[in-house]
Design a protein around this ligand. Sequence first.
Ligand code: DQA
Length: 148
Amino acid sequence: MPRVLVLNGPNLQRLGTREPAIYGTATLADVERDLRAAAPDGVEVELRQTDDEATLLGWLHEAVDTGSPVILNPAAFTHYSYALRDAAVLVPEAGLPLIEVHISNPHRREEFRHTSVVSGVATGVIAGLGVDGYRLALQYIADRLPRD
Ligand code: DQA
């Protein structure tokens, strides 16, 4: 069964209570439940979160090794982690989509958020549409999954 990995970086386990005026009140558990409900039959969704850069890199390597499309919210790593970029590029290089998602629109926020070191290697980027961005990314991926 095709599996989509939904990978989330630092502080995103705080969704729901973290700066709700910016990120809304949905929790990551809500996001996972909605994605599973939206996934077409036969498509598995696995959502993970870590504050640890090395763990996130390992999950991207795992996506390559298992042929899993990725929805990635790199959170603050977006803005400075070249290691994350170097791992992220392996996903599209393996022929798998990697969609970068941001709940807020970083371009409307502080200057340091205007740079993403990941966008240049992502298949596509969704930002500023709240947690709906995850579902839209899943829809894009699901529409393109090979069918048997
Ligand atoms: C974020 C935006 C980042 O700038 C921030 O560091 C986050 C969340 C977003 O989803 O809007 O943690 O990636």
